[in-house]
Design a protein around this ligand. Structure first.
Ligand SMILES: [Zn+2]
Length: 68
C-alpha cells in the first residue's frame, strides 16, 4: 500500500534519470537506489522553475529602473 505523500518525498537522481526516494544527510541528499547525490529538480524542471520565477518577478515589477 502506498502512503499518501509518497511521491512527493522524492528528488531527482541524474544517474537513475528519474525522481527517486532519497536519504537525507546533513550536507546532501542521496539516491536510495544508486547512492548518487540527488537534486530537488531535474535540469529541465529547474530551468522551467527559474523561468517561471523570473516571469512572475517581471510581472510584479515591469521596470524597476524607473522607480527612484
Ligand atoms: Zn539513483
Amino acid at each position: 500500500m502506498i502512503e499518501p505523500g509518497y511521491y512527493s518525498e522524492t528528488k531527482y537522481c541524474p544517474r537513475c534519470d528519474q525522481y527517486v526516494r532519497y536519504l537525507q544527510s546533513i550536507q546532501a541528499c542521496y539516491c536510495v537506489e544508486c547512492g548518487s547525490k540527488v537534486s530537488l529538480f531535474s535540469t529541465a524542471d529547474r530551468k522551467a522553475f527559474l523561468a517561471k520565477l523570473k516571469k512572475e518577478k517581471e510581472a510584479r515589477n515591469p521596470d524597476r529602473r524607473q522607480v527612484s
